[in-house]
Design a binder for this molecule. Structure first.
Ligand SMILES: [Fe+2]
Length: 191
């Protein structure tokens, strides 16, 4: 049921009104921002580059993308950090987290494979692989550990949104039943 299908009497109910207000003003979040930007090919297609030596990345400032969006739907834009990435075949990341940042990424072109390592439950780390063709989206909270790779023959492009902005990323390797941290990269030092 959409908000517009509720009668005026229901909308005015003091038990309902606060819920409606919260719903109507809830930010659409990083996920909606990432998807919205992948749809704006006129934004990212002129910018994207492919680089054989290592993955190509570009940081997009909020002012770079604001005119491509409906600002009323993206109140969180000012606080978000947006990256445009390209992936040639076989290019990928190590296992990593995003520090205290939450975020989302959406595939704009090609297909990416995401390997997620979940910890915290009984029985040690659990791995899963998901194929993400263009149009697919993943969103995550802090300390989410994943690895993203282009296992396909076509180049891929993706849009990544982090909030708050990335300050550090830890890299990992899976050693049997242990997830071992192998390094830390910091904003202003490593990227
Ligand atoms: Fe990531």
């Amino acid at each position: 049921m959409s908000l517009t299908s509720l009668s005026p009497a229901v909308l005015a109910d003091p038990r309902i009104a606060p819920l409606v207000a919260a719903t109507a003003t809830r930010p659409t979040g990083s996920a909606a921002l990432a998807v919205s930007l992948t749809l704006r090919t006129d934004l990212w297609e002129p910018l994207v580059r492919y680089r054989g030596s290592s993955r190509w990345t570009a940081l997009l400032e909020p002012d770079d993308v604001r005119r491509f969006l409906d600002p009323s739907l993206h109140a969180e834009l000012a606080e978000a950090q947006i990256w445009l990435l390209s992936w040639l075949p076989e290019q990928g990341t190590p296992l990593h987290d995003h520090g205290l940042s939450a975020g989302a990424f959406a595939v704009a072109r090609g297909t990416l494979t995401e390997r997620v390592v979940a910890t915290g439950g009984a029985g040690g780390p659990r791995e899963s692989d998901t194929e993400l063709p263009a149009g697919r989206l993943r969103f995550f909270g802090p300390h989410y550990v994943h690895q993203v790779t282009n296992r396909h023959s076509e180049p891929a492009v993706s849009v990544h949104v982090y909030a708050p902005r990335l300050t550090e990323m830890n890299t990992y390797r899976l050693d049997g039943s242990a997830l071992l941290r192998t390094g830390t990269e910091r904003a202003g030092v490593d990227w």
